[in-house]
Design a binder for this molecule. Structure first.
Ligand code: HEM
Length: 123
């Protein structure tokens, strides 16, 4: 069924695991970590709810936070190509750790590449 979303195919649990693995990588990377709040748990929840929504699941993120406007929400941080690479490497490592079909991982990766490039706001 072509109308099945990534959320339908992989479920909430894998998206939760993906965000947990992602923030494990953030906590190990000094360049990324200094951008984030001391307590990473609330940031992890925001990314989790956002990804549920992006991949076709419940829209709890927008109910709680409003329209994503992600580029605007990232304006506080200088995000250059090198910072994008840190973020992408953390996400790729997280994707490697979840139990999801390779074709679905590739679809997720392609979304993340576009979204991360879109977040660059500094040369
Ligand atoms: C928030 C950094 C890319 C989704 C944040 C925060 C930082 C950050 C420091 C604040 C953490 C918090 O308290 O929520 C970066 C950097 C990126 C990047 C350096 C490099 C390209 C992305 C991408 C996505 C994303 C590609 C989506 C696929 C989010 C979301 C939030 C967030 C949903 C929470 C927004 C809110 O509701 O306030 N990001 N981010 N970020 N980021 Fe990113």
């Amino acid at each position: 069924n072509t109308s099945q979303t990534i959320y339908d195919l992989i479920g909430e649990k894998q998206i939760r695991l993906l965000t947990q693995f992602f923030y494990q990588e953030v906590s190990k990377n000094e360049d990324l970590k200094r951008l984030y709040p001391e307590d990473l748990a609330p940031a992890e929840d925001r990314l989790f709810l956002f990804l549920l929504q992006v991949f076709g699941g419940p829209e709890t993120y927008s109910e709680q936070r409003g329209h994503p406007r992600l580029r605007m929400r990232h304006a506080n941080w200088k995000i250059d190509a090198s910072m994008r690479d840190h973020w992408m490497n953390a996400m790729i490592t997280a994707l490697d750790q979840i139990q999801v079909d390779q074709n679905i991982k590739e679809a997720m990766l392609s979304y993340f590449v576009k979204a991360a490039n879109h977040m660059i706001n500094h040369a």
